[in-house]
Design a binder for this molecule. Structure first.
Ligand code: IPE
Ligand code: IPE
Ligand code: MG
Ligand code: MG
Ligand code: MG
Length: 301
C-alpha cells in the first residue's frame, strides 16, 4: 500500500467516529436531567483534535477480519471514551499536572477540577453504557464488557498508571518499565485490536487468529508508548498539542531515561519487526494493520 493511504484512511475513520460520538452526545442531551456543564466538558475533550488512533484501530481490525465497519462503531466509540477519560485524569494536578492537551487547555484548566474529575467518571461509565446498549448482539455486548473492563482496569491501564506514578523519581529495571508501558498504554491498544476482531466474529473467539493479533497488538502498544516517550524529549508543544520535556521534569521512568536514545530506537525497531512478523499468517487483508504499526513507529505527533 502506498504511504499516503494510511493517513487518508485515518482521516476517513476519524470523521466516522466523530460523527457517531456527536450523534450519541446529542441523543444524551435529549434525556435530561443532564447538567449542561458536564456535556459541554465531555464534548470539549472527546471531540478535540486528537488522532483517534485507538477507535480507528478497532475499525481497521474489524475490516481486516472480514467484518463491517459500521457494526464496530459503538465499540470504537467506547474505546475512545475510555481513552479520553484516562487523558482527562492523567492531566489532573494530582497526576501529571498538565495544562495543554490536544492543542487546548486541559479539561481542569478550561473548566475546573471537579468538572474534570466528573467528566472522566462520566466517560468511563458511558463507555460501558454504550457496550450494553448499542451493540448488535448480547453475546458481543458480554464479551466486550469483559475485554474492556480487564484492559482498562486494575491489571491493565489503571494499574499501569499507578505504577507510573509510584516510579516517579526512582530508577527501575527494563522489565518494570516494559510492564508499566504494557499496562498504562498497551492494554487499551490491545483491547482495540481484540474488540475489532470480536466484532467481525460477532463475539466468538477465533483463538488461532486472536493469538496472532495479540502478538501484533503487544508490539504495537509498546511501540506507541516508546514513541510517546521519544516525542516528549524531542518535539515541540505546538506539534504535539501537549507540553513536552515533562517526563524528565517529573522524573518519569521512560525508555530514553533508562536506555538512552540510541538503544531506545533499537527497541522501537525490534517492536516494529516483531509486530510485522506476528501478522505474517494473516495475509494481505492485514495490510492496513501493517500500515498502522508503521504509522506508530514513524509518527511525529
Ligand atoms: C496519548 O495518547 C496518551 C498515551 C497513552 C501515550 P494519544 O497520542 O493517542 O493522544 P490523542 O488521542 O491523539 O490525543
Ligand atoms: C498516559 O501516558 C497514559 C494514559 C493516559 C493511560 P503519558 O502520561 O505519557 O501520556 P501523555 O504524554 O500525558 O499524553
Ligand atoms: Mg501519565
Ligand atoms: Mg501525562
Ligand atoms: Mg507521555
Amino acid at each position: 500500500m502506498p504511504d499516503a493511504a494510511f493517513p487518508r484512511m485515518l482521516k476517513t475513520l476519524h470523521a466516522e467516529i466523530d460523527g457517531w460520538l456527536e450523534g450519541y452526545l446529542k441523543r444524551l442531551e435529549q434525556s435530561p436531567p443532564i447538567p449542561k456543564r458536564l456535556i459541554d466538558a465531555i464534548r470539549y475533550c472527546l471531540l478535540a483534535p486528537g488522532k483517534r488512533f485507538r477507535p480507528a484501530l478497532v475499525l481497521m481490525t474489524c475490516e481486516a477480519m472480514g467484518g463491517t465497519r459500521a457494526d464496530a462503531l459503538p465499540l470504537a466509540a467506547a474505546v475512545e471514551m475510555i481513552h479520553n477519560y484516562s487523558l482527562i485524569h492523567d492531566d489532573l494536578p494530582a497526576m501529571d499536572n498538565d495544562d495543554l492537551r490536544r492543542g487546548r487547555p486541559t479539561c481542569h484548566r478550561q473548566f475546573d477540577e471537579a468538572t474534570a474529575i466528573l467528566s472522566g467518571d462520566a466517560l468511563l461509565t458511558l463507555a460501558f453504557q454504550v457496550l450494553s446498549e448499542e451493540l448488535p448482539s448480547p453475546r458481543l455486548a458480554n464479551v466486550s464488557v469483559r475485554e474492556l473492563s480487564h484492559a482498562a482496569g486494575l491489571a491493565g491501564m489503571i494499574g499501569g498508571q499507578m505504577d507510573d506514578i509510584l516510579q516517579e523519581g526512582k530508577t527501575g529495571s527494563l522489565q518494570q518499565l516494559q510492564s508499566i508501558h504494557e499496562r498504562k498504554t498497551g492494554a487499551l491498544l490491545r483491547a482495540s485490536v481484540r474488540l475489532g476482531a470480536l466484532s467481525a466474529w460477532n463475539g466468538a473467539y477465533d483463538t488461532a487468529r486472536l493469538a496472532y493479533l495479540d502478538a501484533f497488538a503487544e508490539s504495537l502498544g509498546l511501540a506507541f508508548q516508546i514513541t510517546d516517550d521519544l516525542l516528549d524529549v524531542h518535539s515541540q508543544p505546538e506539534q504535539m498539542g501537549k507540553a513536552t520535556q515533562k517526563d524528565a521534569n517529573k522524573g518519569k521512568l521512560t525508555y530514553p531515561s533508562l536506555l538512552g536514545e540510541e538503544q531506545t530506537r533499537q527497541e522501537l525497531q525490534t517492536a516494529f519487526a516483531k509486530g510485522l512478523k506476528a501478522l505474517d499468517q494473516l495475509g494481505e487483508r492485514a495490510n492496513m494493520l501493517r500500515e498502522a504499526l508503521r504509522f506508530v513507529v514513524e509518527r511525529d505527533r
